[in-house]
Ligand binder design. Structure first.
Ligand code: SF4
Length: 619
């Protein structure tokens, strides 16, 4: 790699940690990559494309984990604490990536690094200690086997409270394909199993302390702009409504519009939703608001409650956990949801995938696909202790947990007996918190998300509600727009909630980007970068799965074959014909062919011609 010029807003260096050789190397951040992919998600996608051998095994030495902050991470502007982590996913065999808040993103840049590339396999448990220029691969024997929170506490105790620490729990050590990376006692890179890949490399934690700082193109201008942005944020009308509840505040609305996943997505209406909503969280268990770097609208809700005589503290539950562990498992009180949340977090499991997998297992028991003897005990809807018992078995891979640890798609293939019909996933990734039979734009968002069934690429459900939930046509453009805007935040190293929840104006970000980097990109220029990354990850998926295409974009059978039995969407489903219609509209607007792959002309337009050396596109 070569560096062409001083980069403003960047740490300017990439840290490469080779675990097999026990070697670390510092490389300059290439200016060309920074200009074309910006950072965060863009760096993850480009580095994985360039450096992974096609068809790499997720748990092999050749797979890598890329950790990347963005050019706006850690700055004085609203909500600048997001960091990205990506890998070839063991959950899907495709592009894997997730992000989390907290304080790691800024700290990494303060230490002078834009990204860490973790490669090879360590021979024994280790953690990566980064203290500015001092970088060591250290023994982690005493942390191995410990919970995610416990490990973070121990490492901070050993190194100092000012270290920012990301850890994996037992689930990551045991290669559960939906194991998370945890940080700041409650923030997680949740989806696609990045924690499992770290576990396969025997990396228990990454600890970072930084004091080098980095330069901005116009520090004074950026400070003034940051102040203006905070003032604008505080003045927004939604401020007072959002902050008391965070994401939990949408629970009732999602249920009202028939989109609350209930009993393994059998329906979109949960009769006990008022027991587990934002108001219950606030009134019964919330003790303080907890935010990421420079966040004026903290969505982290730190809770304290008593569960069967145990005093428990946990961050959350936030909406996705309320959906997948509340409605989807029919847990009936906010304390029970928070308890399941706590157990999953400490074990290092993604609450979305774990909630989906356990919901699937309970439905298997309900329908006789599994017998209690197959599982080790009976578990029913609303059975909090049974849920916690299964979470433990999954994380430790004991008994039935060994199968459930491989995700819902693999479990359905193993159990058979028609269970594939109610295994709720897209591309092998369990679906997050929106039942979408009466929300076609949201369903299209799930169908086309590059990592599989996740909502964060395009939270299109508000558009469904705005223009008519029954409407199929004319929604693809909105999904595409969101798929460019939302991941752009992940690329810049920012949280999108000021814009999503409060309507914060997007032009502020382009203005700030120019002051930080000295590069005058319009908002449209930035969106173009996001489109480039979107097309690159699509090509990545095709490279890793040579027949990848249209068939991978279909929703699960339940959504195409079973009408919703209750709630606002009663009677609705997404027929196969309508799903195909939505894909036709979506592909045409994207400039892709009928199989859902970028055309050579589209790749050229986006500066991605190079991908054709490594992937065969077309039908
Ligand atoms: Fe973090 Fe929530 Fe603030 Fe976003 S809104 S920066 S996720 S605390």
């Amino acid at each position: 790699m070569t560096q062409d010029a001083k980069l403003f807003g960047y740490g300017g260096r990439i840290l490469r940690v080779d675990l097999s050789k026990a070697a670390v190397r510092v490389e300059p951040t290439p200016e060309k990559m920074a200009r074309e992919y910006l950072g965060g998600r863009g760096f993850v996608a480009k580095i994985l494309w360039d450096e992974l051998p096609p068809g790499v095994e997720p748990f092999s030495a050749e797979n890598k984990v890329v950790v990347a902050s963005g050019p706006m991470s850690g700055l004085f502007l609203p909500s600048s604490g997001k960091i990205e982590m990506g890998t070839k996913s063991p959950a899907t065999g495709l592009y894997g990536e997730g992000n989390m808040g907290g304080h790691l993103a800024g700290e990494l840049k303060f230490a002078g690094y834009d990204a860490i590339i973790i490669e090879g396999l360590a021979p024994k448990p280790c953690y990566i200690m980064i203290d500015d220029d001092k970088v060591e691969i250290r023994d982690a024997a005493k942390y191995w086997g410990k919970g995610a929170f416990e490990t973070e506490k121990m490492i901070k105790g050993d190194l100092g409270e000012d270290f920012k620490v990301a850890t994996i729990g037992p689930a990551g050590e045991n290669l559960v394909v939906y194991a998370v990376v945890s940080h700041d006692f409650g923030r997680q890179v949740g989806r696609t199993g990045v924690g499992a890949v770290l576990g396969s490399k025997k990396v228990k934690a990454i600890a970072v302390r930084g004091s080098r700082g980095f330069e901005l193109a116009d520090s004074e201008g950026a400070y003034k702009k940051g102040k203006e942005m905070f003032d604008a944020c505080f003045a927004l009308p939604g401020f007072e409504d959002w902050t008391p509840y965070g994401t939990a505040g949408v629970t009732d609305w999602i249920n009202d519009i028939g989109a609350f996943p209930t009993r393994n997505f059998q329906t979109g209406y949960f009769e006990k939703h008022k027991n587990i909503n934002g108001a219950m969280l606030k009134d019964r268990i919330l003790i303080l608001d907890k935010g990421c770097t420079a966040c004026p609208i903290p969505c982290g809700k730190y809770s304290r409650f008593n569960y069967k005589g145990r005093l428990i503290y946990v961050e959350g539950p936030e909406y996705e956990t309320i959906a997948l562990m509340g409605g989807n498992l029919a847990l009936e009180s906010i304390e029970e949801v928070a308890y399941a949340n706590y157990v999953a977090d400490e074990l290092g499991l993604d609450t979305i995938s774990a909630g989906s997998v356990i919901g699937f297992a309970i439905e298997c028991l309900e329908k006789g696909v599994l017998k209690p003897a197959d599982v080790g005990r009976d578990v029913k809807w609303g059975d909090t202790d049974g849920v916690a018992w299964l979470l433990e078995r999954i994380a430790r891979r004991e008994g039935i947990g060994d199968i459930l640890a491989q995700g819902v798609k693999a479990a359905a293939a193993k159990f058979g007996k028609g269970s594939e019909k109610f295994a709720m996933h897209v591309k092998g990734l369990e679906i997050s918190g929106y039942e979408s039979r009466y929300a076609p734009a949201m369903m299209l968002a799930y169908m086309t998300a590059d990592i599989g069934g996740h909502h964060n690429r395009a939270w299109a459900i508000t558009y469904d509600a705005a223009v008519g939930q029954e409407k199929i046509e004319g929604k693809a453009w909105k999904v595409i727009e969101l798929q460019h805007v939302r991941p752009l935040f992940d690329t810049l190293g920012l949280c999108r909630f000021p814009w999503v929840e409060l309507g914060f104006e997007l032009h502020h970000y382009a203005d700030m980007f120019a002051l930080v980097t000295g590069w005058h990109y319009s908002w449209e220029d930035l969106l173009r970068v996001s489109e480039r990354i979107w097309n690159l990850t699509r090509c990545f998926n095709r490279r890793e799965k040579p027949d990848f295409g249209r068939a991978d974009d279909l929703p699960p059978p339940r959504w195409m074959e079973e009408p919703l039995p209750s709630g606002a969407g009663k009677g609705h489903l997404m027929s196969r014909e309508n799903a195909e219609k939505m894909l036709d509209e979506y592909y045409a607007l994207r400039g892709w062919d009928g199989n859902g792959l970028p055309t050579p002309a589209k790749l050229k337009e986006l500066g991605l011609d190079f991908v054709l050396e490594k992937v065969k596109l077309g039908a």
